[in-house]
Design a protein around this ligand. Structure first.
Ligand code: PEP
Length: 246
């Protein structure tokens, strides 16, 4: 049985006062039957990790540098995230790929660094609107998986988040049929890359405008093991409803 996972990506949102959102989520998640992760901005990671310690809520980084340390002004490494209490790190989010020009090679290096630091990588993949319209979604997805999954990665070290770029922050959720098709395909390609153990056990999250109204429907789809939640993870009530749906 794959344990469901709901991860919140706060993006560049949140200052000290917003830690009360994580506190409420931690307090209300004692009986959660899924894994819960919050990925705050790096400035809050240490404090949030301490705050949720002892609850089922875990924390994660939103990105990391591929190197352990060095002359990389403004960057943060995976060992630093671990030192700040993180257990997860998002890599390859489309906002990093698009706004920072991250290639599949760079995302692979970040996923490897994440795993080497003892964290679980949440690897984001997904097609742009143009790619969907030109019917290349599955080809793009296959290439991202083939080029970004670290060789030998296990289901404990890696989670895949399918996030159609056009669905992120747009209020335009992918249809059930679109999600089901791509998730089935991702599991098949994971099998080709990592064998039946990876295919059967890796958790596949859907991300893109998940909210309390659509979460139950999406999480009920075959091959969907939870969600990566942006905007709705910033409000404790909404995030808790989504956790409840999982
Ligand atoms: C995301 O940024 O990973 C995301 C899924 O955002 P939203 O839920 O706001 O679409």
């Amino acid at each position: 049985m794959r344990r469901r996972l709901v991860a919140g990506n706060w993006k560049m949102n949140g200052t000290a006062g917003d830690l009360q959102v994580a506190a409420r989520v931690a307090d209300s998640s004692a009986d959660a039957r899924c894994s819960v992760v919050i990925c705050p901005p790096a400035s809050l990671l240490d404090r949030m990790s301490a705050q949720v310690s002892g609850s089922p809520v875990e924390t994660g980084g939103q990105d990391c540098h591929a190197a352990r340390s060095g002359a990389h002004t403004g960057d943060i490494s995976a060992p630093m995230l671990a030192d700040a209490g993180a257990s997860f790190c998002i890599v390859g989010h489309s906002e990093r790929r698009l706004a920072h020009g991250e290639s599949n090679d760079q995302v692979l290096a970040k996923a490897q660094a994440t795993i080497s630091a003892g964290l679980t990588a949440i690897l984001c993949i997904g097609e742009t609107g143009d790619e969907r319209r030109s019917d290349t979604t599955l080809a793009v997805t296959r290439a991202q998986l083939a080029e970004c999954i670290p060789p030998g990665a296990t289901h404990r070290e890696l989670v895949i988040a399918y996030e159609p770029v056009w669905a992120i922050g747009s209020g335009q959720t992918a249809t059930d049929a679109q999600i089901a098709e791509v998730h089935r395909f991702i599991r098949q390609v994971c099998g080709e890359i990592g064998g039946p153990d990876l295919a059967g056990n890796i958790r596949l999250l859907y991300g893109g405008s998940v909210n309390p109204a659509n979460a139950s429907r999406i999480f009920a789809l075959e091959d969907v093991d939870g969600g990566l939640i942006g905007g709705a993870s910033l409000k404790a009530d909404d995030f808790l409803e989504i956790i409840g749906a999982a």
